[in-house]
Design a binder for this molecule. Structure first.
Ligand code: ADP
Ligand code: MG
Length: 397
């Protein structure tokens, strides 16, 4: 109802008959009821105060935000019903005030309120004040999470950059050690024999650093897999060959039990080799010296399953529960990145990773690569031509 209408009505009140006044009053009350209903339905809190700061109306949402009673709150001072608000500060400048506030009761929430005077039509003192309150807990949480992830991303980019930079001098160190070795060999064989062990150690350490950096970069900047038809048995063999010197040093017996009739799989051979490399490395570290490492490939109705089994020290349930976490390690010089990389590679191939471990007896890690084309969604559309019927033996994983 326009206030202009009310003003005119008041002016002419002495000329309006009593019946008509009653009629208009009814109309006004109905309107008031209507607005109250609208206010009650709002998700935003609404509090109306008189010019002295006394609450005259508050809706259900406002009661919910501050844990107030709908019946007893009107008639109390605003600064008494909402702690932390100072009436004089809010009204000092007769301006709109917008502020965020944290409340702990009845629930921990972040609220934003908007407070403004209700101006008098004739330009005098405000006839009251209205406070609108919104719950911003969710948006605030999202912003915080976003900031956190941005911070983490920035850190990763920085760390990856540093790791990358370390790679170059390492390379150069490696080359210079090789040159040194060559020169020594030529110039003085006796001296070379004496120091060759140290040179080997130095090169071994460089390799170790190189490996850590490679793992780190691989973990932080994952490259999308490039799928190609591959004989998984060959990948397993080449991973074992690559680590053969270490296995031999540790006197670990290696058994390869590979299924002869496996279909070719559409996988990223280099990444799968990296995954196997990480698993074999863990297995050999878990065994120390001696023991048996078994690599197996099998064919089930739905999957090609490859497994790496060791007779090492095994894991406690707590270690199993944590082993996939980035940076989780129980080793003095571990990176805690190996399993995280394995898991990511298996996932990007649409496969499944499972681990069985018994403390003191050993661990088996299985990778199941499904026969159905689960990983098709990882393929670029141009990458995956429909399979011709004569290539029935080809299985997309
Ligand atoms: P790292 O090898 O650098 O410690 P990983 O992510 O490769 O990091 O492994 C995490 C942890 O999981 C290891 O520190 C170890 O405690 C446990 N673990 C992984 N594989 C094995 C295994 N085959 N036998 C026993 N423990 C293992
Ligand atoms: Mg490892």
């Amino acid at each position: 109802m326009k206030s202009g209408f009310l003003d005119k009505l008041i002016e002419r009140l002495d000329r309006v008959g009593p019946g008509e006044v009653q009629n208009l009053l009814h109309k006004l009350l109905r309107r008031k009821g209507f607005f109250e209903q609208v206010f009650e339905a709002l998700e935003e809190g609404v509090i109306i105060c008189d010019p002295q700061g006394m609450v005259t109306f508050l809706n259900r949402a406002a009661c919910g935000f501050f844990g107030l009673d709908h019946e007893t709150s009107p008639g109390r001072r605003l600064e008494d019903v909402i702690r932390g608000l100072q009436w004089t500060l809010l009204t000092k400048r007769r301006e709109v005030v917008s502020r965020d506030m944290e409340v702990y009761y009845p629930e921990h929430r972040w609220l934003n309120f908007y407070f403004r005077p209700i101006d008098d039509a004739s330009g005098g003192d405000p006839v009251g004040y209205v406070m609108l309150i919104r719950d911003i807990t969710q948006t605030r949480r999202m912003t915080e999470e976003q900031m956190e992830s941005e911070r983490v991303n920035a850190l990763i980019v920085l760390a990856a950059g540093v790791a990358h930079e370390i790679g170059n001098p390492l390379n150069s160190l490696n080359i210079h050690l090789q040159l040194l070795e060559k020169k020594l060999k030529k110039a003085d064989r006796a001296v070379y024999d004496k120091v060759s062990a140290q040179i080997d150690i130095a090169r071994g350490e460089i390799q170790r650093l190189d490996f850590i950096i490679e793992q780190f970069l691989g973990a932080m900047r994952p490259v999308p897999p490039v799928f190609e038809l591959t004989d998984i048995n060959q990948v397993m063999e080449s991973a074992v060959t690559f680590l053969a010197p270490e296995l031999k040093d540790r006197r670990i017996r290696t058994r390869l039990d590979l299924h002869g009739g496996l279909p070719l799989l559409r996988i990223d051979a280099a990444q799968m080799k990296q995954a196997l490399y990480n698993l074999i490395k863990n297995a050999s570290q878990a065994m120390g010296t001696g023991g048996t490492l078994s690599l197996r490939s099998e064919l089930t109705d739905s999957d090609v399953v490859i497994s790496v089994e060791d007779s090492g020290k095994g894991m406690s349930p707590e270690v199993v529960a944590n082993m996939h976490q980035t940076w989780f390690t129980t080793k003095k010089t571990g990176t805690g990145l190996g399993m995280m990389v394995v898991r990511r590679i298996v996932r990007s191939h649409g496969g499944e990773l499972s681990i069985e471990s018994a403390e003191g007896r050993g661990t088996t890690v299985r990778i199941a690569l499904p026969r159905t084309a689960k990983a098709a969604r990882f393929l670029e559309s141009g990458d995956a031509p429909p399979r011709p019927p004569e290539q029935n033996e080809v299985i997309d994983v």
